[in-house]
Design a protein around this ligand. Structure first.
Ligand SMILES: [Zn+2]
Length: 202
């Protein structure tokens, strides 16, 4: 169970987390969990077709394994964010170990923006990490990670819920591949026609 559209009350409980960006006719596409061969590279091509900028919240361990794909993301002028070294769940991890996993990723990528894996981060962890990072959550989940939905539903999730300044989550992962690669061009096409532009978080 997950919310496609983040409810307002959740946003208000965690005001120090960033859920959306107040900007007209602009959308913020984000891609979590990469870089992954084929998937990330295909996404880069699709983004280029629409002259879209995006933000990639990478797993440090994947950057380490796929350095050349990571460099391609940078070459295409997208922004990189920290998504820990090993996709660590904040709720299940002792604070010092959690901070260390964030730092290990930071050592490789040097980014000042962070997204907690699974969106799971404790109150004390937020207080600690917000000293060094802007912590970005999201406004709309595409559901591309959900193997129970099809491309059409994934596309609908975004088209029906994204609005001015929405931060939207997709994944450059093996699990999401079948949905993200087909849904992303539809989303880009739909919102481009409506006059939206796609920017990186910075
Ligand atoms: Zn993740």
């Amino acid at each position: 169970m997950y919310f496609v559209k983040t409810p307002w009350y959740l946003k208000s409980v965690y005001p120090s987390l960033i859920w959306d960006i107040k900007k007209q006719t602009t959308l913020y596409l984000t891609f979590d969990d990469g870089p992954i061969p084929m998937v990330t590279e295909e996404i880069l091509k699709i983004l280029k077709d629409y002259n879209a900028r995006a933000t990639f919240f990478v797993i440090g361990d994947n950057v380490f394994k796929h350095k050349s794909i990571y460099e391609k993301i940078l070459m295409n002028e997208h922004i990189i964010g920290n998504h820990t070294m090993h996709h660590t769940n904040g709720w299940k991890t002792e604070n010092e170990l959690y901070y260390r996993d964030v730092q290990l990723c930071e050592d490789i990528i040097q980014s000042k923006i962070f997204r907690p894996p699974y969106g799971r981060i404790g109150y004390n962890q937020i207080q600690h990490l917000k000293k060094d990072f802007s912590i970005y959550m999201w406004d709309v989940l595409s559901g591309d990670f959900d193997t129970n939905i099809d491309v059409e539903q994934c596309t609908k999730n975004v088209i029906e819920h994204a609005t001015d300044g929405s931060i939207i989550v997709f994944h450059d992962s093996e699990k999401a591949k079948d949905r993200v690669l087909k849904s992303l061009p539809k989303v880009l096409e739909y919102f481009s026609r409506k006059g939206y532009s796609f920017e990186s978080i910075n």
